[in-house]
Ligand binder design. Structure first.
Ligand code: BGC
Length: 387
């Protein structure tokens, strides 16, 4: 089958994971021991992939391969490094990124918040405070000049993971394997911030949505109720909050089975990726269907991929995930694009070891090397068909 006309084929990144030297962010402080971290940090982000300077080359590689879209985030900590102090030069920088994407024929999708906060925001406000809602609205307004030629704007990336990470009371559970539930106050503030930001964006003629991390919570027989309960604060409340949005971003990597004691350990023989997650391409179809059933909102796959050193497994995984997208489309689900995670190997929140990229790079020279999976996905994009 072919995908619908105009279906977007792209790849995603996040500023902090590829740009390098995001020194005014809360993550940078954490990486250097100046702020508490919920999980151990193996290495700091440093120069990351130096995509702050090399983005034209990165985007060109995606476009040359045949892709038609690039999702990237703009960094609040660079644009507003101190409260109320806005850097026009940084706004220009991101504006140039949008222009570069357009010049290369890539439809830009811009994320306003991808996990990192300005250090001042984390110190003085934080997502526990209702003041976060207005401050994020104000940042959205500040960012509008970057978005002049952008239609698709993602307000907040994986708000459910932000709420989960904020649930400090349950951090021990996180470290021992299962994800804690979403922090209720943080959840409420994130939803509030999304609403305020979306309405500003919509008034400016943009299509606004947010992207949710789906975990394919699958019930062991007899534990359907437990699985539903488990998914509620970790996922469903965020999918439900998207009702009425222009679109929703679905992000999927693996599944979690739920049994008598909650999450069931991954069986000993199962294939695992470099993040330790079960290799499970079916996660994407599961996430798309769950979202569609709950909110009926058009879907962009904003992240899907695999951390592996074996690029053939990346191709296999992605083909498996796309077969699921084909089935969803055949059932009438409005899926409008597939953006792979990630364009580049990147800083995986504490370590560079899990490599998700379609493009690798030399840690000393930053020289890029496209992997066979980039040409493969570009071929899918050119055909607008998996095979
Ligand atoms: C995030 C990315 C991350 C990826 C793989 C998503 O949770 O949005 O920042 O690198 O998954 O872990």
């Amino acid at each position: 089958m072919t995908f619908p006309n105009g279906f977007l084929w792209g790849a995603s990144t996040a500023a902090h994971q590829v740009e390098g030297n995001n020194v005014s962010s809360d993550w940078w402080l954490r990486e250097h021991g100046h702020a508490p971290s919920p999980s151990p940090i193996e290495s700091p982000s440093g120069d990351a992939a130096d995509s702050y300077h090399r983005y034209p080359e990165d985007m060109r590689m995606l476009a040359d391969a045949g892709l038609t879209s690039y999702r990237f985030s703009i960094e609040w900590a660079r644009i507003e490094p101190e409260k109320g102090c806005v850097s026009l030069a940084q706004l220009d920088h991101y504006r140039r990124m949008v222009d570069t994407a357009r010049d290369l024929g890539l439809t830009p999708m811009v994320t306003l918040h991808h996990f990192t906060n300005p250090a001042w925001f984390a110190r003085e406000v934080g997502w526990h405070s209702p003041r976060a809602v207005d401050l994020f609205g104000r940042f959205t307004e500040t960012a509008l000049p970057v978005l002049t030629d952008v239609e698709l704007v993602c307000t907040i990336n994986e708000p459910n993971m932000v709420a989960i990470m904020a649930n400090s009371e349950e951090r021990d559970a996180f470290l021992s394997g299962g994800l804690p539930s979403g922090h209720p106050v943080v959840t409420e503030n994130l939803i509030g911030a999304h609403r305020v930001s979306s309405s500003i964006l919509r008034s400016a003629g943009k299509q606004a949505g947010w992207s949710v991390a789906t975990q394919a919570y699958q019930a062991e027989p007899g534990f359907e109720g437990a699985a539903a309960e488990h998914g509620r604060s970790r996922e469903d409340v965020f999918l439900d909050a998207a009702a009425g949005d222009d679109w929703i971003g679905i992000q999927a990597y693996t599944r979690t089975k739920i049994g008598a004691d909650g999450p069931v350990p991954i069986p000993a023989g199962a294939e695992r990726t470099l993040t330790g997650w079960e290799y499970y391409p079916g996660a994407l179809e599961f996430g798309i269907r769950r979202s569609w059933e709950r909110n009926g909102v058009p879907v962009y796959v904003t992240e899907n991929g695999i951390a592996t050193a074996d690029d053939a497994r990346r191709i296999d995984y992605t083909a498996g995930a796309l077969e699921g997208v084909e089935r969803a489309l055949a059932d009438g689900i409005d899926v409008r694009g597939y953006l792979h995670w990630s364009a580049l190997d990147n800083y995986e929140w504490g370590s560079f070891r899990p490599t998700f990229g379609l493009i690798g790079w030399d840690p000393e020279t930053f020289e890029r090397s496209p992997k066979p999976s980039l040409a493969w996905l570009g071929g899918v994009a050119r055909r607008n068909a998996l095979r």
